[in-house]
Design a protein around this ligand. Structure first.
Ligand code: SAM
Length: 226
């Protein structure tokens, strides 16, 4: 069974997509979609041998080898033009690595596929990359599962660079508007954390430090959206 996190990602994959799931590990996402007839084709890309083997096994056991291909490759190198990929998903890794993967092969993005990205951390790096690279965030999702908060975004190609405000980059343009309970919960917790640091710095007479000013700015920014 798919995790709540990947179920949410799955719901954003367009019906009949030709998907490249990069860093697929067990290939759970493409296999889930293929079994339900929700995609027409998928490449499950993995850079590491172990996860690649896991993917091959899961694909074989689910009997969807006619739809999902397990490929060993670094990032977008896992697929070629011949795969006619129209949607790329990258889930469960840090935003910095995600951006590295996207930057590494501009040619693989020449056909301007839809991007579905679920960074564990560093969401702001991913949002900045999208804005600069002519991608518009058209949907965002936040959920709490097994004690973690997960965020994901869907970005479609557009013809000009997107201007996002600092708040939009930091909190997410759609999440800011939606204000889901998980969003409020996440940022209320972050605010409490920053306030604790603030109190500790005050108690230590460190109001004149860059760290203190940084914490003050963070508190102001978070309070502004809650
Ligand atoms: N996408 C799955 C998910 O969300 O459950 C698996 C996430 S797992 C934590 C991250 C996977 O990304 C690992 O299996 C790792 O081997 C793979 N990975 C890391 N860097 C990669 C790269 N440059 N290209 C392809 N896969 C990569």
């Amino acid at each position: 069974r798919l995790s709540q996190r990947l179920l949410h990602v799955a719901q954003h994959v367009p019906k009949g997509a030709r998907l490249a799931d990069i860093g697929s590990d067990h290939a759970y996402l493409p296999v889930y979609l293929a079994k339900r007839g929700l995609i027409s084709y998928a490449v499950a890309g993995e850079v590491a041998q172990g996860p690649h083997m896991n993917a091959s096994r899961v694909i074989q056991q689910a009997n969807v080898g006619n739809i999902v291909q397990s490929r060993l490759g670094d990032g977008l190198a896992a697929f070629t033009e011949a795969d006619k990929i129209d949607t790329i998903s990258i889930c469960g890794m840090g935003g910095a690595l995600m951006v590295d993967i996207l930057n590494a092969s501009p040619a693989k993005l020449a056909t301007r596929p839809l991007l579905i990205l679920q960074p564990n951390i560093g969401m702001e790096l991913v949002r900045s990359w999208l804005a600069k690279n002519y991608y518009q965030i058209v949907a965002e999702d936040i959920l709490r599962d097994l004690g973690h908060v997960y965020e994901m975004m869907v970005a479609k190609p557009v013809t000009k660079e997107q201007q996002l405000t600092t708040d939009e980059i930091f909190f997410g343009p759609c999440l800011l508007k939606q204000k889901d309970p998980a969003f409020i919960e996440k940022w209320t917790r972050e605010l409490k954390r920053e306030e604790k640091i603030n109190d500790a710095l005050t108690a230590a007479n460190k109001e004149n430090t860059p760290k203190y000013r940084e914490v003050q700015a963070k508190i102001k920014q978070i309070k502004g959206v809650l």
